[in-house]
Ligand binder design. Structure first.
Ligand code: MN
Ligand code: MN
Length: 316
């Protein structure tokens, strides 16, 4: 079996070649794939600064720096998994609700072929249609959710679907198992204690950023693995979980956030779980500087690939 390989920086200059994630082959469908990258260039659900529609393109551009072998974990996902870039979902940029349906249908198709999708967002609204599709196959899933915000608003300007509401909808629609949802990095100010207590009342574990300050998150992730067990787990990573110093290119900044090292610890700590897919959302390139945020996002998506049960470690 020949597995797709990213084009290396010694084969073709990093600033040349196809605009796919890691310069992998572009596929039209997920048939025959174990995992895939998918762009969702959607920011119709943002409440403040927009620009996440440009996230997939910027993440792909920065991904040309990523090499196939993980120098710390020794995982080499392209040795044992067939992976390609499916391009971008053709959302309707004039209609949020239609776009949400279009996204769900696109992920129904990916799920039908059994490929684990890793999504380049896009704002956080998109986790709702993605999990509507994935839950049809897997049932209610566990989620490792990294974010500065709980995203459990009932309404925003009277609307049920926006980037600050998906985790309430996921509970209401029974797409997640609340006892297997962990939110990490939540912080700063809210309107009332209920902003973070509502998810706790549903059964989520909420790990506020203050609980993460000044320490390694590797011990936390051992607890997360023990809590989440063997069932299916999805990773939803809002880049604003990281401190604006590490991720300035996003829409709703909150200081006092996670470091990029802690972000790596969280994603690497998902290894051992039954990971079925993940997303990296809320990268807004117009507010980025020198690709700092998009580069971190691209690397975290690569790290998500390395958590897949079928990814193997290699000692060269
Ligand atoms: Mn979010
Ligand atoms: Mn957020």
């Amino acid at each position: 079996m020949e597995f797709n390989q990213p084009i290396g920086g010694n084969e073709l200059p990093r600033f040349a070649g196809p605009g796919t994630m890691m310069r992998l082959p572009a596929n039209d469908s997920a048939e025959g794939l174990d995992a895939c990258f998918v762009g969702v260039p959607f920011d119709l659900g943002t409440s403040h600064r927009g620009g996440a529609r440009f996230g997939p393109r910027a993440i792909r551009a920065e991904s040309t720096m990523i090499r196939p072998y993980n120098m710390w974990t020794r995982i080499s996902p392209f040795d044992s998994l067939q992976i390609a870039d499916l391009g971008d979902v053709a959302i309707n940029t004039f209609n949020l609700l239609k776009s949400v349906d279009i996204i769900e249908k696109a992920y129904d198709e990916i799920t039908r072929f059994g490929a684990a999708p890793f999504t380049l967002g896009g704002d956080h609204t998109i986790v709702l249609p993605i999990l509507r599709a994935l839950a049809k196959k897997h049932g209610p899933v566990g989620v490792v959710h990294v974010d500065a915000h709980a995203d459990v608003n009932d309404l925003m300007f009277g609307e049920k679907i926006a980037h600050g509401t998906p985790f309430r909808r996921l509970v209401e629609e029974s797409l997640v198992n609340p006892g297997r949802v962990v939110q990490i990095g939540l912080r700063t100010t809210g309107y009332a204690a209920d902003d973070f207590d509502w998810p706790r009342e549903q059964g989520f574990r909420v790990v506020q950023a203050e609980n993460c300050w000044h320490k390694s998150l590797t011990p936390l992730m051992q607890e997360v693995r023990d809590q989440l067990g063997d069932g299916p787990v999805y990773i939803s990573f809002d880049i604003d979980g990281c401190d604006p110093a590490y991720a300035p290119g996003t829409g709703t900044l909150e200081p006092g956030g996670l470091t990029s090292a802690q972000a790596f610890e969280i994603v690497r700590g998902c290894r051992g779980l039954n990971i079925i897919g993940g997303d990296l959302v809320e990268v807004s390139p117009p507010y980025d500087h020198g690709g700092i945020t998009a580069s971190l996002a691209a690397n975290l998506l690569y790290e998500m690939l390395c958590t897949l049960p079928g990814a193997v470690a290699r000692d060269d």
